[in-house]
Design a protein around this ligand. Structure first.
Ligand SMILES: NC(=O)CC[C@H](N)C(=O)O
Length: 235
């Protein structure tokens, strides 16, 4: 990979790929390439260590045991934490959000340490949240859309702010959705989230590039968004 190529780290897709969130890496890569930048997806698997030099890091959702495996691995491989502490963007979805937090408890009742990159704690909720999820964003202009499928409910501490306010669905479980600390974002949105929410994709990319990127007109993305937002109104 040349120095000018943007390296998009896709962390542990073999265990955090259950909900299709690996698509977030393809979305970021394409949105850069369509604008004339070189970009490459760099998968990081359980048999390697996490490099601290990639430009951005992605974690997807996963089942409970896979999540514990991923959290243990990431706690013991310091690359992600040092990259985040150096300001490199990190985006985690669902299990990814919970791993980025301070700690999470699975449905088995066992508490596991997270990475402490987001100030949040996750406990199992009474009911599993499986639904379309819509939120009014805090950092962006346009509504956040995705689907959710999780048991965990997350409570934010003062070191993180919500990514948005739930309009439909469950999100964190208290009316807020997701969490942000510096350049680390966690969300309960699958979809993949960055395919459904191009403004969120471009926010992450603006942090990578150090400047805003020129807009992209993509009719397919507009159609997908309007279909998903209309589906919520039809119910
Ligand atoms: N979709 C997911 O990543 C699920 C995460 C976690 N296992 C939960 O149920 O809360």
């Amino acid at each position: 990979m040349s120095d000018s190529t943007v390296g998009i780290g896709l962390l542990l897709p073999e265990v955090l790929g259950t909900y299709g969130d690996s698509g977030n890496a393809q979305v970021l890569c394409k949105r850069l390439q369509w604008r004339g930048y070189d970009a490459e997806v760099v998968p990081v698997s359980l048999d390697s260590s996490v490099p601290s030099t990639l430009d951005l890091y992605l974690l997807g959702g996963g089942e409970d045991m896979a999540q514990v495996l991923a959290a243990d691995f990431l706690r013991n491989s310091p690359g992600l934490r040092s990259a985040a502490n150096a300001g490199r963007p990190v985006f985690g979805v669902c299990a990814g959000l919970q791993i980025l937090g301070n700690r999470f408890r699975g449905v088995d009742g066992v508490e596991h340490a997270g990475l402490g990159l987001l100030d949040l704690v996750t406990e199992p909720a009474q009911q599993r949240a499986v639904a379309e999820l819509i939120a009014e964003p805090n950092l962006l202009e346009t509504p956040l859309t995705g689907f959710e499928n999780h048991q965990g409910a997350s409570v934010l501490g003062p070191g993180s702010t919500p990514l948005g306010r739930v309009v439909r669905g469950t999100g964190n479980g208290d009316g807020t959705e997701g969490a942000v600390t510096d350049h680390v974002i966690g969300t309960y949105l699958h979809g993949p989230a960055l395919a459904r929410n191009p403004e969120l994709a471009d926010l992450l990319l603006s942090w990578v590039m150090g400047h805003a990127l020129k807009p992209l007109e993509l009719a397919e993305v507009d159609t997908l968004r309007s279909e998903r937002l209309a589906a919520r109104r039809a119910r």
